[in-house]
Ligand binder design. Structure first.
Ligand code: CUA
Length: 339
């Protein structure tokens, strides 16, 4: 009976190890690495996993062996000589299995970890600087060379070294794109540097990895890695102020935007709107989501967001704003024109 329970435990443990290592393909997995830094980290992960699995198999084997031995000892007691032999074997196992092997394993892991951390921090020349500030609960993303700021989306060129300057102006957040690099805290009054070199174009999910308040779970972002050429074109286009509203409705929206409280908190390049409390809206129409990954950016959600953001994201700092139906419509038309 005991024997079966132990075997069951061994199989269950093994199954759990396998299951927890297979994530769903939708959620970002740090072992599905798409960048230089993430590859380093995944390497350490696989080494730790392999060593842990080997230790697990050996220990489980010894447990099964010990139970069998006790079982046979009970049925036919051993001679004194055999008992002393078994005792000597046990002592040797404690020295090797309990002290020597764990020491070697921990030493190997320590050396590999220190070397990997070193490699992740090594500065690269000609790195593209991008500054990200953790807000409640969204991300302000600035490209200092282009003097352009956006929110909740980080465009990066593939193959080029990136230096992300991370900070916060409120509480501590943590910037994490599992497929590209390790997580790094964003601390008020301190600029931490995260280095990334994405290997291929693609869209990667990012998230806040440090509990930061009521909407921590809705503090996501998207990293869009483009070819170097596409990225340069994107940045050049973004550096220009948006075009004048083309439609009548959008033009009315621009007027309403500046009359209502919107412009006090948001900036739209090339207009009088220059608030800094909320996300910059210069390219709002081109972004995929609203509220840092809370809902898809479509006209319906946008209308609901601008009138009552807390109904979509409880705790969002933008208060409900009273406006007429036509004001909502025209402001949505205006924001939809900002690409
Ligand atoms: Cu920001 Cu959690």
């Amino acid at each position: 009976m005991k024997n079966r329970a132990v075997r069951f435990g061994v199989v269950l443990g093994g199954a759990m190890v396998v299951l927890t290592s297979c994530g769903s393909s939708k959620s970002p997995s740090m072992i599905d690495s798409k960048g230089n830094e993430a590859k380093h980290i995944a390497g350490v992960w696989w080494l730790m996993f392999t060593l842990a699995a080997a230790v697990y198999v050996v220990v489980a084997g010894f447990i099964v062996y010990a139970i069998r031995r006790r079982h046979s000892d009970q049925q036919e007691p051993q001679s004194d000589q055999a008992d002393t032999g078994a005792q000597r074997f046990d002592d040797r196992m404690i020295v090797w299995g309990g002290v020597a092997v764990p020491l070697v394993i921990l030493l190997v892991l320590a050396v590999v970890t220190v070397r990997t951390t070193d490699a992740l921090r090594r500065p690269e020349r000609n790195a593209l600087r991008v500054e990200v500030v953790g807000k409640r609960w969204w991300w302000a993303v600035t490209y200092p060379t282009a003097r352009f700021t956006t929110a909740n989306e980080v465009h990066l060129p593939a193959g080029r070294p990136i230096e992300l300057g991370l900070t916060s102006d409120n509480v501590i957040h943590s910037f994490w794109v599992p497929q590209l690099a390790g997580k790094l805290d964003m601390i008020p009054g301190q600029r931490n540097i995260l280095r990334i070199r994405a290997s291929a174009p693609g869209v990667y999910e990012g998230l806040c990895a440090e509990f930061c308040g009521v909407q921590h779970a809705h503090m996501m972002f998207t990293v869009i890695v483009q070819t170097a050429g596409d990225f340069d074109r994107w940045l050049a286009q973004r550096s220009q102020p948006p075009l004048e509203p083309a439609s009548e409705s959008a033009a009315q929206g621009a007027v309403a935007f500046n009359r209502l409280p919107c412009a006090g908190c948001h900036t739209i390049a090339g207009t009088q709107a220059n608030g800094t409390l909320g996300p910059e809206l210069t390219d709002i129409a081109s972004r995929r989501d609203l509220g840092a990954g809370t809902v898809t950016n479509d006209p319906e959600n946008l209308a609901r967001w601008i009138t009552d953001a807390p109904s979509l994201k409880p705790g969002a700092l933008m208060p409900p704003i009273a406006m007429t139906g036509s004001e909502v419509q025209s402001i949505v038309a205006y924001l939809e024109s900002l690409k």
